[in-house]
Design a protein around this ligand. Structure first.
Ligand SMILES: *Cc1c(COP(=O)(O)O)cnc(C)c1O
Length: 389
């Protein structure tokens, strides 16, 4: 056994230091500055939207998007259940309540059928949500055409949590650019990182102006400090934007590397019966931020836990899939719409039988082979045994 293998460690390009040095040399250490403006422009141009606002985290970007859509106390917001808690927490920051929507099997993301049923219900009650938040989990694209169509039919704006899917595309169009707002994260474990940071993107330039205003304490244009709205301290610093610019330059290489990691797993485990990888919808490109797999057997949960234990023993970091938010104690009161009513939940079933494998863009073939060996050693005998019974 050798060094620890991480799930998704930061991967620097080398140019980050150059950009940071530039910021030091010009004394642009403050938030705001030339790197920040350039990073916003470069991100907007890369994903193909009118503009971008760089902020301190992906969570802050979701909070701003909800605020811009007028979400306030007593409102409801529909949210994909199968995601990280940061997708839903900002709904509560504003005093609103989340309603969770199940996933569907082909994308693991929001079920258009469940969304439609939930919207029809709320329309009858005269309580349509203020927004719908869709997530592209692990980089895999959601069924955007269907989801956009349903949201449009009810006139409810869509927010895309593309924190994990920067570089993923749907029919050639980037994740994060279909909704009224899209958000990305540059947290340390994401496909590119500024150590911490986020971005709000939109084709609504005026809304982005308001986002920047709210993200800098909501300071009115007056010669003194005057405030008529409650703001936040949410801007990204010029230093970190320098790191982000260097990272964005190599994003396409990072996507290619993560896709290659996924292909090696799929290729090397192709002969292991009863496992499956997260599907990729035809016409889309997943950035394969994390390679996610499921064990398709009765005793999947037991096998998954044994596999996680063996990987930990071999000094390899792996994790169960996200525990759905409708199953979290934090959201025990929230309501939930299943993909197929009366048949449990798709996301709960994925959580029961799935895990994420080390997927960093800097993962070497030799290290990946170590991971693959552990998986084969655990799953091949386990499956043979069950067959023998
Ligand atoms: C990482 C992540 C976030 C939050 O991003 P931060 O920059 O860490 O605040 C939100 N949603 C999802 C799906 C994420 O994976």
């Amino acid at each position: 056994m050798t060094g620890r293998i991480y799930l998704s460690p930061p991967h620097m390009s080398g140019r980050e230091r150059e950009y940071i040095a530039e910021a030091f040399d010009s004394n642009w250490i403050a938030p705001l500055g030339p790197h920040l403006d350039a990073f916003e422009a470069e991100m907007a141009s890369y994903v193909g939207v009118a503009g971008a606002a760089a902020v301190s985290s992906g969570t802050a970007a979701i909070h701003l998007a909800l605020r811009l859509l007028g979400v306030t106390a007593g409102d409801s917001v529909f949210c994909q259940s199968f995601t990280f808690v940061a997708t839903a927490n900002p709904i509560r920051y504003l005093g609103a309540e989340p309603v969770f929507i199940d996933s569907e099997p082909d994308t693991w993301n929001m079920s258009p059928a469940a969304l439609e049923r939930a919207l029809a219900d709320k329309e009858r009650e005269g309580r349509l949500p203020k927004a719908v938040i869709v997530v592209h989990l692990y980089g895999g694209m959601s069924r955007m055409e269907e989801l956009v169509t349903v949201c449009d039919r009810y006139g409810v704006p869509l927010i895309e949590d593309a924190a994990e899917s920067l570089g993923s595309t749907y029919r050639g169009r980037h994740s994060g650019t279909f909704g009224r707002f899209g958000i990305y994260s540059f947290n340390g474990n994401k496909i590119i990182t500024t150590s911490g940071g986020g971005m709000l993107v939109s084709n609504d330039a005026e809304a982005l102006g308001t986002a920047r205003f709210l993200a800098t304490q909501g300071r009115d244009p007056a010669p003194y400090y005057q405030h008529s709205q409650m703001g936040y301290n949410y801007r990204m610093s010029n230093l970190l934007a320098g790191v982000g610019r260097a990272q964005l330059e190599v994003l396409e290489e990072r996507v290619a590397a993560r896709r290659e990691v996924y292909l090696r797993y799929a290729g090397s485990l192709g002969d292991v019966a009863d496992i499956a990888f997260m599907p990729e919808l035809p016409g889309t490109r997943s950035n394969r931020w994390l390679t996610a797999m499921t064990i398709e057997r009765e005793n999947a949960e037991f096998l998954r836990d044994s596999l996680l234990a063996e990987l930990a023993e071999a000094n390899i970091e792996a994790r169960p899939l996200w525990k759905p938010l409708h199953m979290q104690p934090l959201f025990a009161e929230a309501s939930f719409y299943a993909h197929q009513p009366g048949r449990g939940s798709v996301c709960g079933e994925l959580f029961r039988k799935g895990l994420c494998l080390p997927s960093g863009s800097s993962l070497t073939e030799a290290d990946q082979q170590r991971v693959i060996s552990v998986i084969r050693n655990v799953l091949l005998p386990a499956i043979d045994e069950t067959l023998a019974v």
